[in-house]
Design a protein around this ligand. Structure first.
Ligand SMILES: [Zn+2]
Length: 680
């Protein structure tokens, strides 16, 4: 006989074969014999082996062999007659690359149920029964009983069927059965508390099982299909018992698997798993029973789906005791199981990848990835929770703001960073009031390369604590070609008042020099408190009012469309003659509007009166608006996250412009050159 014809025969027995929802062999144990001559694998061989396991005259109902390469759910073939045997030969020869043949025994229905209390003290609370062969009862049933195993070895020696994969000692090859192996009591046992374990078909082959289980344990987590477990007794090589599947905590959404008898370290983990599982299915469920040690869910729409989990003393963990996995109800997109906290957990990873995530992004992400539709408020709440996880809570960031500022000063020598705190008494803790920041690179850039026109603006912060961000922005000589905004400084304050603007401007003038000394002008939206502060700190400084802002004011007061056009015409005039003519037209159109404009200084709004030192004829405060628009998504973040993102934005912007301009060759800036070319 060629060596190729020797196979390892694996018997799955003691379990229950169920056909719903698909064919599955639940529970039982596995025995194997190596080096079996395939020609001997006939029906009598199988019967004889079964009797060895369960005693003389023991009968099974049906035995199935597993088509190699297939799974139990679709690969079981009955072995009842010679035709079946011939089919087994031909298929196994062709497909069983690993030289293994698996048999599954379906036991007789009539079993004598024996109370297991006397032998299995730890089997107390389960209603589940299991078929057990003789040697299972006497052999020390798991690694939990390792201490007992030695004591019982001698019993094993007497009663155990000797199975040695390595040596090839197999009964079917002609070795006589030891006389001592007479079966004792031929009874099926139903052990209270020893549950039937599912997915026996997924257990590794005997010779693989030991390594795989060890590896899985080393990794600290494993899938339920890696649950083969070698029994501790050295005489039992080749035999292993099936552990219940362990829940795989690392399973991604959509692949969370719940199975009957699955084990969970904590009840919280089970609840989370049920949540993921049911949301992925699109079937809302409700919790109908919950206390410290157990919980039960049923289908919200009233179908038969249900799951019950409670503490299993024998495994030292929580276990699914009953589970009907079949929903007959329809799928629903709204699922109240998807709570804000659950949504936040799912959003955290997405937020790390997309820091600028908006509510719309979050809604789309949840709908496409998790198939749930969420209400707006739930999205907002979840985003806030997720943001706190990702960026740390807003309050925590204020606590380390001083450290952050010190770090800024260390890494940006020459910069000005200052925090103003309120502390009425030394017994009070310092409370944040304002922050000012002006990077050395910005200072140098403005003084050496920007037009002396500085835009001032303030915008609201959208975080939990609110506040206002004041910015001073300037443009370089290429402003009309590249959108270039140099933020000279920014400050975070409670609200815009004369006091806060004074505080900001004082620091700004310290950094870039007093307007009278450097000859710079300002443009703003006439913010509250800004004009009095400016008048106090730098009286006589030319200050433009954003024409867009003036236009809105005039429209709000007089609602005359023609006035708006005339206002722009007047503002664009470059000669006094031209201006006076247009201004007269405006006067004829609306005397009140003319009076309003005439009360302003001409240099506040029309080019004809702008000084020539600014080298920038901007009528609007667009540079500030551009900067505000660029940081709009940063304005809702906790303070350090926002400051850091603004810093990175400025750094990238400067670097980009520097790279672009290093490639440019010419006496004047590209923007000015373009204008000249057009004017030629
Ligand atoms: Zn249902």
């Amino acid at each position: 006989m060629a060596e190729d014809d020797y196979y390892t025969v694996v018997f799955h027995h003691g379990g229950v074969l169920v056909s719903e929802p698909h064919m599955e062999y639940i529970g039982g144990v596995v025995d194997s014999w190596a080096n079996v001559d395939i020609d001997r694998i006939l029906i009598p061989f199988v019967e004889w082996r079964f009797e060895e396991l369960y005693g003389d005259n023991a009968k099974y109902k049906t035995v199935y062999w597993l088509d190699p390469g297939l799974e139990v759910k679709d690969g079981l073939r009955p072995l009842e007659n010679d035709t079946d045997v011939r089919m087994l030969y031909s298929i196994v020869h062709e497909k069983a690359q690993n030289k293994e043949i698996h048999f599954y025994f379906e036991h007789e229905d009539e079993v004598e149920v024996i109370d297991g209390d006397s032998e299995d003290d730890d089997c107390g609370d389960s209603e589940d029964d299991v078929y057990k062969p003789r040697h299972e009862d006497e052999g020390g049933d798991s690694e939990d009983n390792e201490d007992d195993a030695d004591d019982e070895d001698h019993e094993d020696d007497e009663d155990e069927i000797v199975v040695d994969i390595g040596s090839g000692t197999v009964g079917c090859s002609g070795n006589p059965m030891p006389k001592s192996k007479k079966p004792k009591k031929q009874k099926w046992r139903a052990c209270n508390g020893r549950p039937r374990y599912p997915n026996i078909e997924d257990v590794q082959r005997p010779h693989e099982a030991r390594n795989t289980v060890d590896d899985a344990d080393d990794e600290g987590g494993y899938h339920s299909d890696q649950m083969g477990s070698i029994r501790g007794d050295s005489d039992d090589e080749g035999r292993y018992e099936i552990k219940p599947p362990q829940f795989n905590e690392a399973a991604p959404f959509g692949q969370v698997d719940l199975q009957l008898y699955m084990l969970f370290p904590t009840l919280k983990m089970l609840k989370q798993a049920v949540k993921d599982y049911t949301i992925a299915l699109g079937r809302p469920v409700k919790q109908v029973k919950a206390d410290k040690g157990r919980c039960k869910y049923t289908c919200e729409q009233g179908c038969d789906w249900n799951i019950f989990c409670s503490w299993a003393e024998v495994h030292g963990s929580y276990q699914i005791k009953t589970f009907n996995p079949t929903h007959t109800c329809s799928r629903k997109l709204k699922n109240h199981q998807a709570t804000s906290k659950w949504v936040a957990d799912k959003l955290v990873e997405f937020m790390r990848q997309v820091p600028d995530m908006t509510a719309v992004d979050a809604f789309k992400y949840m709908a496409s990835t998790f198939q749930v539709r969420l209400a707006d408020m739930k999205i907002y709440r979840a985003m806030r929770i997720a943001r706190e996880v990702v960026e740390g809570s807003e309050k925590d960031q204020y606590e380390i703001l001083m450290d952050y500022c010190m770090e800024l000063l260390t890494s940006n020598a020459g910069s000005t960073v200052g925090i103003h705190v309120e502390r009425p008494d030394l017994s009070f803790p310092a409370m944040f009031d304002r922050l000012y920041c002006c990077f050395d690179a910005c200072k140098k850039g403005v003084l050496s390369g920007c037009c002396p026109l500085i835009g001032l603006d303030g915008c609201f912060l959208k975080g939990y604590y609110g506040g206002t961000l004041l910015v001073a922005v300037s443009q370089d000589g290429n402003h009309s070609f590249y959108v270039i905004a140099y933020v000279i400084a920014y400050a975070i304050i409670g609200q815009e008042t004369k006091d806060t603007w004074s505080w900001f401007l004082t620091r700004l003038f310290e950094d870039i020099g007093h307007p009278k000394d450097v000859g710079c002008e300002f443009i703003s939206d006439m913010q509250k408190g800004l004009l009095p502060a400016m008048e106090e700190l730098a009286p006589g400084t030319k200050h433009r009012f954003c024409l867009r802002h003036l236009e809105v004011n005039i429209w709000n007061y007089w609602r005359i469309a023609e006035l708006r056009n005339l206002l722009w015409d007047c503002a664009r005039c470059l000669t006094m003659l031209e201006f006076e003519k247009k201004f007269l037209e405006l006067k004829e159109l609306s005397m009140l509007a003319w009076t309003y404009l005439n009360n302003l200084q001409h240099h506040n709004w029309t080019r004809v009166a702008f000084s020539t030192t600014s080298k920038n004829c901007a009528l609007t405060n667009n540079m500030s608006k551009q900067f505000n628009a660029a940081i709009v998504k940063m304005r809702g973040k906790p303070i350090i996250s926002m400051l850091e993102e603004i810093r990175v934005y400025l750094m990238n912007k400067m670097n980009k412009i520097r790279k672009q301009l290093t490639q440019y060759r010419g006496p004047i800036t590209p923007a000015a050159q373009t204008k000249l070319e057009v004017a030629k």
